[in-house]
Write a protein that binds this ligand. Structure first.
Ligand SMILES: [Zn+2]
Length: 345
């Protein structure tokens, strides 16, 4: 597990800054457990490119990252997904059980204090996306981000508020410790799945993994980025889009949504930041042999070296324009220069 030494990844899209803040990263799931439809043949076929970065060669386990993404616009600071949290009772999900991650220290290292967060947005309401909604204080669960509005898609809330639906996922008390306290504090707001923060940051419904799953889109005149949540848990699902995760609520819709997502963004310049892909997490979807692959955005070794990518604006939001996404392998890098050179890929 590697919770402290991973660099902070930061991208700039026009006036918007996007930062990945890690909670933890670990080899966690057997491929046939996270993807129950993955046959031994499928796993064997892809093992050569999955190892060692995406699958631990020693254990054969798929490597997962858990991180939040901070989106800083000129007007607001938005925290997307809040990982699994500390001190939570998760006897049925031991990877999240009674943890003590340095998440808030990692957030501070990224230059963000809990008070700075204006909005918390959860792409969906599974336990590993809502944990830091709250923290334990004097024996009570209190909102971690005291000044934030917590935004939940209405369809998503309406599903998970039903105990029977929750029980089909887990009987761990994540609703009670990470969702209800936020609702009771008056900080929660149920939103439609076409909600926009402003002209540059908005959400879209990409349901199937859960009934109200949303993606977060960041678009400027210069570039576009999509935070894709759990549409794909592992890059194996780019190669084999028919493979669901064991956590998908609506199997058919999850499959159809994943395929539509891959087809929509394949071979485009839109950068994708999935919720669980291991470091360096972000990248691009590329067509490959009748299916797809995920091309990771490998940062430069040197912290002083900046790199540029030309990206196009999202379709449907005005004309396609050319621009750049800037990548900072570390916090504390040099200030943002004007858009300049382009990197070929
Ligand atoms: Zn997840």
């Amino acid at each position: 597990m590697n919770a402290t030494t991973s660099p902070i990844y930061r991208w700039r899209v026009g006036e918007v800054e996007i930062t990945r803040v890690l909670e933890f990263e670990a080899a966690l799931f057997e491929p046939a457990v996270i993807h129950p439809e993955a046959s031994p043949e499928i796993i064997a076929r892809h093992r050569p490119w999955l190892q060692p970065m995406l699958m631990d060669p020693a254990s054969g386990l798929m490597i997962f990252a858990f991180h939040s993404t901070v989106i800083k616009t000129p007007q607001a600071t938005i925290l997307v997904d809040t990982c699994s949290g500390n001190d939570k009772e998760r006897p049925h999900k031991l990877r999240y059980h009674r943890k003590n991650w340095p998440y808030l220290a990692n957030l501070a290292a990224a230059g963000v204090a809990p008070d700075d967060i204006d909005y918390v947005l959860c792409t969906h309401l599974h336990a590993d996306h809502v944990g830091w909604n709250t923290r334990l204080s004097n024996g009570r669960w209190v909102p971690t981000f005291p000044n934030a509005r917590y935004l939940f898609a209405r369809e998503e809330w309406e599903h998970w508020r039903v105990a029977e639906w929750r029980a089909a996922y887990t009987t761990d008390p994540y609703y009670e410790d990470s969702l209800l306290p936020v609702m009771e504090s008056g900080q929660a707001e149920l939103i439609a799945t076409d909600y926009s923060f402003d002209d540059h940051v908005w959400i879209e419904s990409w349901r199937g993994h859960t009934p109200g799953h949303v993606c977060v889109l960041v678009g400027s005149r210069q570039a576009s980025v999509v935070l894709s949540g759990d549409i794909m848990h592992t890059p194996l699902q780019c190669a084999e889009p028919q493979l669901n995760s064991c956590f998908c609520v609506d199997a058919e819709m999850a499959r159809a949504t994943r395929r539509r997502f891959l087809e929509t963004f394949a071979d485009s310049t839109v950068m994708i930041i999935p919720a669980h892909f291991p470091t360096p997490t972000a990248g691009w979807i590329r067509s490959h042999d009748g299916s797809f692959r995920f091309h990771f955005d490998y940062p430069a070794e040197s912290t002083s070296e900046r790199r540029w990518w030309y990206c196009s604006r999202m379709s449907g939001r005005g004309q396609a324009e050319r621009g750049a996404v800037e990548v900072f392998p570390q916090s504390g890098a040099a200030p943002f220069p004007e858009c300049g050179a382009a990197r070929q890929w």
